[in-house]
Design a protein around this ligand. Structure first.
Ligand code: TEU
Length: 556
């Protein structure tokens, strides 16, 4: 099939609240993004995934939208947006917006109308149900804790919200909802944006019998049985027909429950639905039936390799993979997957980059990942903003019997604010992010981890990402090569091979802080070293792989 531009692209995710403040407000904004576009051009990325900048009460930092065609004043104006878009395009960078249409804000006009009376024309834009025996219609719990149902006194019914009560779920069974969404998407695409990242798009079709389930320690039943995956595809095919097919777009769906089988539909190379999906198998390798993701365990390398092998081989030639370690909902890559100590941080951050960027699929870099930014040392909840984390702290300490310190250890390992601390631009106390009071604490390690110290250093993490991005641009093997996992049972090495038309690349990554005895396969004797993949200054040593070493070899 014809190569699509987003198959050879590298995407950079910007969380606008934490990227660059241009006014001294303490939160990032759109003019700040515009100012930093030359930095992104130097890195070499092709696409920006811009987390929401729309009008919002900011209950969930913009993932609760009250006007899909307006900019939150704290981020700037629509003119600022238009200037950012034009500047990005002038630098050869595309902009993909965040489409949040599983739910809106409760302050959206649609919901204000919907909740005003039972016979309002907008009533069925959302899910409303009567109480059952004076209780919520079902006992499922939301992602941010509590019931998925909120009582509304005015019309004496409950409304559905899978996330916070300020994020009522849109009723996609009502065709007018699709009409409104597709019209809004068309409006943004006509402005020149280049596509969408689709927030929890895998959740827009629900079992509207709203079943109850077996409650857990929180007293609520799990949410996932509510989701009807097969009901999502007709909406996406409709979206493709009515809107996306009119433009040359990149689309990526957040489908946390995606499997290789369902991804073959969501991300089919025939263009019938989306370009790709974010699957969550690798970021869900740890967890607990009662506490969910709130544990401090580290994923096992063998499990991680099994997931990537499954997805790389499962989609090859049929659908397209996204590749990520990190985003605004995940802890920082080098802290979660490698080693953020002073001794090993730079080396292991580069190793992670090589490991991910030489696989088949579109790689995503989360802001600061290209610098090796780390998790934040949260000591208590006073510095934590995220509503998901505050609910989790309450659940851990009140429902699961955790001590404050046990709960804070989970926060330091996994909470979303680890990725949301401000971007570290320079070594000054406020990291060049703001001249005001930052909305989240700035990591004190900005003194040593910052863009200014790296952009002109050929040995920096930034430079390593630059090299991998440049390699992808000129290598059909990296973009299209078939994946084969080697050493599947090694708990230390992630070794895989790419092959295309007889050309082969061997990628070797040591995920440990110690030397591992290992021999490069005979068929790679005399192969050529891929400089961009290597994170040690000198060539790999025969018969062993050094701590957190990454290298690649090319053979004909
Ligand atoms: O995330 C979906 C979601 O379930 C997240 O809450 C995430 O998977 C979870 O925090 C991991 O444990 C999307 C957005 O990315 C997230 O920022 C929003 O809070 C959420 O949807 C609601 O819009």
């Amino acid at each position: 099939m014809k190569e699509q531009w987003w198959q050879r692209s590298v995407v950079y995710q910007i969380y606008p609240k934490s990227f660059q403040d241009s006014t001294g407000s303490g939160t990032g904004d759109i003019p700040g993004i515009t100012r930093r576009l030359p930095y992104l051009a130097k890195l070499g990325i092709d696409v920006i995934w811009l987390s929401p900048v729309y009008e919002s009460p900011m209950d969930d930092n913009g993932y609760d939208i009250s006007d899909y065609r307006a900019i939150w004043p704290g981020f700037g104006t629509m003119e600022d947006f238009d200037e950012m878009l034009a500047t990005a395009h002038s630098l050869g960078i595309k902009i993909v917006m965040d489409l949040v249409v599983n739910h809106s804000s409760d302050e959206h006009e649609w919901f204000k109308q919907s909740r005003s009376s039972r016979d309002n024309p907008y009533r069925d834009y959302y899910y409303w149900r009567d109480a059952v025996d004076e209780h919520e219609p079902s006992n499922m719990g939301g992602v941010f804790g509590g019931s998925i149902w909120e009582w509304d006194e005015t019309t004496q019914q409950y409304y559905l919200h899978c996330f916070s009560k300020k994020q009522p779920d849109l009723n996609w069974e009502n065709p007018r909802v699709a009409d409104e969404v597709f019209d809004m998407m068309d409006w943004w695409l006509a402005k020149g944006v280049d596509g969408f990242r689709m927030d929890v798009i895998g959740m827009i079709a629900k079992d509207t019998s709203f079943p109850s389930g077996e409650p857990g320690p929180t007293g609520y039943a799990p949410l996932f049985p509510l989701i009807v995956d097969e009901g999502v595809h007709p909406h996406l095919q409709d979206m493709r027909r009515r809107v996306l097919s009119k433009y040359d777009t990149m689309t990526v769906g957040e489908v946390s429950g995606a499997t290789v089988e369902t991804a073959k539909k969501y991300a089919n190379l025939d263009g019938s639905e989306l370009s790709m999906v974010f699957q969550f198998e690798h970021v869900s390798l740890t967890g607990d039936p009662d506490r969910g993701k709130w544990v401090t365990d580290k994923p096992r390398l063998v499990d991680l390799k099994q997931v990537f092998d499954h997805w790389e081989t499962g989609l090859d030639g049929v659908a397209w993979n996204s590749l990520f370690w990190d985003n605004h909902d995940q802890p920082r890559a080098v802290s979660r997957w490698a080693n953020d100590s002073d001794e090993w941080r730079e080396l292991s951050a580069k190793m992670l980059a090589t490991c991910l960027h030489l696989m088949q699929g579109t790689p995503y870099i989360y802001q600061g990942e290209e610098l090796g930014m780390t998790n934040y040392p949260f000591e208590d909840m006073s510095l934590v903003n995220d509503l998901e984390a505050h609910d989790a702290y309450r659940m851990l300490t009140q429902d699961c019997g955790c001590s404050h310190e046990e709960a804070m250890a989970c926060m330091r390992e996994i909470c979303r604010d680890n990725a949301r601390t401000p971007m570290q631009w320079d070594a000054s106390p406020k990291a060049g992010f703001t001249t005001g009071e930052p909305w989240l604490p700035i990591n004190p390690n900005c003194a040593i981890i910052n863009a200014a110290a790296q952009v002109d250093d050929p040995g920096s993490v930034f430079a390593h990402y630059q090299g991998l991005i440049a390699l992808r641009k000129q290598s059909d093997l990296v973009v299209h090569g078939h994946f084969r996992l080697l050493e599947p049972w090694s708990e230390e090495l992630f070794v895989y091979e790419r092959e295309l038309d007889g050309q082969r690349m061997l990628v070797v990554c040591n995920f440990t802080d110690h030397e591992v005895a290992w021999q490069v396969p005979e068929e790679y004797a005399g192969a050529v070293l891929v400089e961009a993949a290597c994170n040690y200054a000198d060539a790999p040593q025969a018969g062993l792989v050094r701590p957190y070493e990454a290298f690649a070899l090319m053979a004909e």
